[in-house]
Ligand binder design. Sequence first.
Ligand code: UDP
Length: 479
Amino acid sequence: QVQAQAPHVVFLAFPTQGHIIPAIQFSNTLASEGFIVTFMCAEQRIAKIRKSQGAELNPSIRLIGLPDNVPLGELRIDEGADSFLLSLRIADNMAPAFEQTVNGLIKDSKESHVPPPLCIISDFFVSWSQDIANKFQIPRYVFYTSPASHLTLVLYLPRLLEQGIVPVAPDARGIVIPGRPPLDGSEMPWDWQQSSPKEVNEFSFRNQLRLHESSGILINTFYELEGEAIDALRTEAINPNKVPIYPLGPILPSWFLKGEPINDEAFPDQTGNECMQWLDAQAPSSVLYVSFGSVAIPTIRQIQEIARGLDASQQAFLWILRLPPSATEATDLPEGFLSRTHSRGLIISTWAPQLLILSHPSTGGFMSHCGWNSILESICSGVPILALPQFAEQFLNSRLVAEQLRVGLKLQRGTDDVAESDEIEIAVRELIQGEEGRAMKKRARALKEEAARVVAEGGSSHTTLNAFVQAATTTHAQT
Ligand code: UDP
């Protein structure tokens, strides 16, 4: 009996958590749509995935670790901007092994039950995979883990470079991108700033300019959240090559989107248990969750101001506190902070189960660096945001949160670009207890319901997913 072969895709992720988490989640979605997924990333990252998530992965996902040629000791996973620079280098170093592996998959397919890959889906930061896709004559789809509103700028990059607006001067004002309100230089992506490392500027430009060559861009967003930006992405001015745009998010586990806090898939580890038990003992919607994602570490001055603000606010908080390498809790937090806040604050210094924390009924607000995953996760839990962006496109995202979606407040910054304790104290109270906070929470809850609808049968993202599956498998039939 002859069985039709399952379609096979190769997935290549950028080696930081904010890119890997949605990539794995989307691979699970593809696998449940009947695809075989060969998922590749840097060796050390794949080892981590195997360890932490191995059991939850759909068996149709095959993990392959690519040697990244960065000595083990040098790679300080999840530790600040230095590790981001390392990630860029690792991303580039994966190229030869990736090409070899794809070549192998094609060759081996003759004697195997796994057909040759019909496309490559790869992160927007590994554009060299376009050359490999071209070489093997298969389409490359881009996996986009930032919002559509960021992509409008990125697709417009060729013009911005031509006009000399990018790299962005520190005092630039009124930057015009079709279909959106003008931006100040400080809101433009960190990787485009003249003040950022040259290596980062060049890395970004090199990767982003090639999005126009791809066969489609899969974005972790949804039409009901970013309709205007998604429409703009389909205009000639921004997307002259008419690259198909697939907004098919939010790419999050279905237990989370449906509001079922804990099941086997999400069963917490030791830190998770500690957080859940502590949250269980707090009043509903009373806790401010504080976290800056997997890469950014605020300056020690900013951390001290946050501590003073939390102290003065009298609110309960769960703080994922990662300090700069030279600092310690005992010596660098304000005197008496830990003892004064002991009864209403929990500080965690390791990786925390963010989805579980956000979906816990005691969580009432999220002080966030505005990484796109964190924003989506907060919205999909109906939790309003206190925005304190750090780098990448987070300044742009914070504007989306505060001004367009109006599900959060932006912390104003004083001298040295630091948000001060008075500002933090007032904003935390407003978010958790105030009228404005309540209104933002209501809007966030409405978006949470919308998010659950769009990924269900007939919803906008579900329809887009079907359109992508159709496009990917049709190409397959022709080759
Ligand atoms: N995250 C987590 N526990 C942590 C820190 C981060 O689960 O202690 C997850 C978070 O839920 C999100 C991702 O890591 O899915 C971070 O992505 P985001 O885009 O928010 O920020 P980035 O780390 O890329 O700056």
